[in-house]
Design a binder for this molecule. Sequence first.
Ligand code: NAD
Length: 498
Amino acid sequence: MRQVDHFIVGGAGGGSGRTHKVWNPSTGEVQAEVALGDTALLDKAVETAKKVQPEWAATNPQKRARVMFRFKELLEKNMDDLAHLLSSEHGKVIDDAKGDVQRGLEVIEFACGIPQALKGEYTQGAGPGIDVYSMRQPLGIGAGITPFNFPAMIPMWMFGMATAVGNAFILKPSERDPGVPVRLAELFLEAGAPEGLLQVVHGDKEMVDAILDHPDIPAISFVGSSDIAQYIYSRGTANAKRVQAFGGAKNHGIVMPDADLDQVVNDLSGAAFGSAGERCMALPVVVPVGEDTADKLREKLIPAINGLRVGVSTDPDAHYGPVVTPEHKASIERWIDTAEEEGAEVVIDGRGFSLQGHEDGFFVGPTLLDRVTTQMTSYQEEIFGPVLQMVRAKDFEEAVRLPSDHQYGNGVAIFTRNGHAAREFAHRVNVGMVGINVPIPVPVSYHSFGGWKRSGFGDIDQYGMEGLRFWTKSKKITQRWPDGGGDGSNAFVIPTMG
Ligand code: NAD
């Protein structure tokens, strides 16, 4: 059986001795085993990172950018292989797997411009003979802990920015699909990054806790579910680390009565069911405004959802593939049971779905639930599967209130032809990322990504200029080069520039 090892300098020896199964979700077979690390293994990786980082930080930014350029080229060259490996471990279809790599690659493209982005600020003559300037310096060693659902994009959000600004990086990817993160580290090395600059340690809670407590790791970026995100944030900041921790989501799509319903149905089909709903920016809740809008939308949604093709991840005609593990399939089906018990109407039922010839795969059929209410736990919690819930709002005010009052605040979308309504909504809604007639509003790499409320703990977003700030600290220098002798000022008074 294929073994997935840690990617650290000096070999992967050591570790906890424990392993974790890596499934092929399309066939239901175990295709690999990944070694789980422990504190001693992390110590080894940190010792290497400490040796490599100072020289990398001292390398001029243009040379660091050249590594990013070569890495981008290697990603493009290896796109097909990466997408196939990713798809086989995760279950998302090949085109979607390519999108996963592509959205990470775009952060690497941003990192190629690091010499420009890292330029500091300068004030000449802030006082008599005094200049003030500021610079951003790397933190040392950054760590990233990532979820299963974007095994290429999210690691690259983190290590792309962290290393471009001069840090070494230790990645702890999801143990459920660890193959691609290791391939990325191999390609980064091939691109010319010094050996040990980017290391990958696999593991579960034991390894995560070791990272959280390690005195030589000053900054941690986390993406995953909210309870774990809050735990990471609390324990990491209690250890005086800089932490950003992004959590779960329950994104709403508001459909105004004037929306183009055919376009909405098309957008919702992709945003609710693409990647089997395993996206933090999926749209699992649709909120039609007014009963008439709800009825018309439902009528159009039913045939569209029934027409979705569920298939193995390599099926070029499949709209989506299996979910990641048997446990996750069972959890999604339990949520549909709960929704039904709570009084939701199961309009299309994806439970018990079996794909002919692949009966052991972890498939869940597309599901539509109507008459969902805010009291239902199945509305309040994240399901993370191919399940679309319809919550009928009586008016615009209720449509603004629903996502604003929800515990999660990652993304939201409004579908309308009315610019004023869209503007009002975007300004008032209590959610971090807003789409106007855009179902999955993931900001491009030169803006930044981050949700609010229980979708994001900490103050600084991922990638773009926010990413640059997260992975650096700012130094402010006030300098004077006197022409000799004192300037007659009183050294015991706080200096002013007047
Ligand atoms: P998860 O929380 O189970 O795992 C995330 C990481 O935490 C993994 O590396 C895992 O090994 C580690 N981990 C798991 N249990 C732990 C524990 N008890 N203690 C310490 N570490 C632990 O998340 P997942 O199932 O891999 O990913 C799906 C979740 O991630 C969903 O909730 C989804 O919404 C969220 N997500 C959020 C964003 C975002 O940007 N907000 C993006 C992608 C995914």
